[in-house]
Design a protein around this ligand. Sequence first.
Ligand code: ADP
Ligand code: MG
Length: 916
Amino acid sequence: MLGIGTIARKVFGTPNDRKIKATRPLVDKINALEPEFEKLDDAGLIAKTEEFRKRIADGESLDHILPEAFANCREGARRAIGLRAFDVQLMGGIFLHQGNISEMKTGEGKTLVATFPAYLNALTGKGVHIVTVNDYLARRDAEWMSKVYGALGLTTGVVYPQQPEDEKRTAYAADITYATNNELGFDYLRDNMKSELSQMMQREHYFAVVDEVDSILVDEARTPLIISGPSQDRSELYIAIDKIIPELADDAYTMDEKTRNVTFTEEGNEALEELLHARGILPEGQTLYDPESTTVVHHVNQGLRAHKLYSRDKDYIVRDGNVVLIDEFTGRMMVGRRLSDGLHQAIEAKEGCQIQPENVTLAQVTFQNYFRLYEKLGGMTGTAATEAEEFMEIYGLGVVEVPTNRPIARQDDDDQVFRTAREKYDAIVEEIKIAHEKGQPVLVGTTSIEKSELLSQLLTRAGLKHNVLNARQHEQEAQIVADAGKLGAVTIATNMAGRGTDIKLGGNVEFKIMQAIEADPEADPEAIRARIEEGHAQDEAAVKAAGGLFVLATERHESRRIDNQLRGRSGRQGDPGRSSFYLSLEDDLMRIFGSERLDRMLSKLGMKEGEAIVHPWVNKSLERAQAKVEGRNFDIRKQLLKFDDVMNDQRKVIFAQRREIMEAEDVSEITEDMRHEVVDELVDTYIPPKTYADQWNTEGLYAAAIEKLGVDAPVMKWGDEEGVDAEIIRERLEEASDKMIADKAAAFGPATMRQIEKQVLLQTIDTKWREHLLTLEHLRSVVGFRGYAQRDPLNEYKTEAFQLFESMLESLRETVTEQLSRIRPITEDEQRAMFQQLAQQQAALRQQAEAAQPATAPTPVPAAADTGAEAGGVALAPLVEGFDESNPDTWGSPSRNDACPCGSGKKFKHCHGRLS
Ligand code: ADP
Ligand code: MG
């Protein structure tokens, strides 16, 4: 019996069918243009590109040019790499251009598909990014497809980790740039830590095509990209808090052993607040509930956990003055492993050990938020349909299932369910043996590396030769994948392994040729090619006769998508193939979900020892269980994203401000506004609105003006004058501070002053933003702490994060104003000391950079404002950045009595500064 939905779909078609149908006319148009483009010579194709560019510049839309551009691209690819794109590939390309995910099965040729929308969109001159899951693929695809782009007169770049700066900049400047998601994200973060526009790598974020989009935007979406570095020393805070914890009574907290959770009670909070006030850790008048208290609250919580949840010689030991964690299962020491978020430091404080500095986040972004920067996004993968809702909700990406070029001939078996894992593995080994004897290649899928290893042992015991793939060495991996379709090959793979390289029956002919040429460099490569190709045709036929690739999965994954990925490795381009899932009631997924129901069902179906149950019911019920887990995981990702969105909004504001400042010639207006706001705040604080003169604190204002504005103004005298009100005092203070800055500008010279202002602004923004990031991290861990008044943690987090952001901006204004009020030209001695220090810092940075992990490169530039800050004055070297002693243009305006920057040892006025 057919359901109503099924009947309706038969009549009306699915929404997907309609989308496919809608592109048909476009594909027909491209096909009709083919003879015309075939007639063009090589220069003619490039001339077409020029023509399209011009038409776009003259206002023609990309959609209008699409048929011709695709026809040109098809012809270019045919000539350059010998592949004539199938109609379904054109369709896939159209959907990408329209900002969708094109779901196309493995082996359908997605690498080529991406060139079509990339070519079309790059005609705007804005730069297109093609995103791959690993560096090997970025390089492979860039090299392969650059021939196509080259034939069309476009440039291709590839970006990779640790790439020399100028090379990377060139790669980003290319029309089309291939890169991994990681490198793109890190470059974005690094760019926003730069202090000069010219040092930035990325251009605008216009259009990105993300390959294996589900891996990148779903699987990896939970881990943010982080650039971290050592933080400032907080030892004193840890020690002070550590002393407080033992003074708390037993009713100050509640402990939940099972979830390893400990929280303060209401009584505890009161007692705590009192203690914190008494020790001066919390300023008088500030409560634990104020946003400003976030950091203290966080550390107090960590202190409590350190004392109540972590026991010496059980959870950790102290060895040579270090706190070393113990693995709770094996009892082994985990040397070098540290608890995060200041917990390790809290334990160090408790044990009286030296407190090691914590590593803090300098910059951070999630993939979701990075990829949302693009004006337009497209994605490709073999498996997206099951996550269509998530793609739409989070990225606004629709999923279109593009039909395969040839009908799928793969046979998908019903699941086989065994009672125990042992029985299952026995059956698997048996099944592999049978296939292997026929010569049928087998790809065995596992859900973890450990299980791969277990299976590998079983196969070895059974005398079956095999390869193991586990997504570590991408290049080697490509080789193993290339061999996985050979006659009688057995390959074990975990989830992600080998994505991006497809398995060809009889092996990968290009790899075979490459190897043969390498093995015999003297011989004629063309002859080798001919020989191998002939042999390969036979190999391929033999494997097809043996039934094609057999995918044998040893478990179902939490997500149907990953299962489909594995299945889809077989049966590419209409090849024969087979897929089978072997399961047992002891599998993780079965245990967690519905195993009871399954158990009942299985006994109903009558399950005997050693036998497997095979029934469509089982598949259905498993798929329901998977859908449930998928839904839960989606919820977790959504929740995380909502938290991250808060930070993301703020990051966008800060990064945009930074950029604006870098772009500006002159930021004096910004610093002036800041200064005036500081004046307003000071006046409001000491001369509150609607008060009489005898209530004014003019002495306080006088002192504050010296401290914050660097202005020594006769505020007390002004206060005594007849008819003077707050407004007049405000104006006079403003004038005095403006004059003071104008004097400095005159002393430094306007050009230098502008540089200084820019530097101070950027550096202060960076410092404040980093502190703020840390506070936000703390806030996230403490929102629960304030949660027992039945408030929603997310809302709580949003409100407080906003307040914290505001107070960060306020403190930014103050610091910038204060620093600018203290700058002064530096003396000779200071200058010498400073260059020395700078040289040391640079050497240290170089060392750090060399030792840095590729994933998290610490790139903080030494803050020039930190140097010589002691003596109450911030001594800023005129133009330290980019200083070059051989180039007087980089010297700024040295004072006439300073040593000449050229290093001659003479005074400036007697050397380069001589007025002739
Ligand atoms: P996918 O990424 O979709 O799995 P690939 O881009 O890796 O597929 O391509 C798989 C294979 O198909 C490659 O060896 C490629 O040369 C081949 N291929 C792609 N497009 C065509 C085409 N139009 N005609 C013939 N072979 C093609
Ligand atoms: Mg691919």
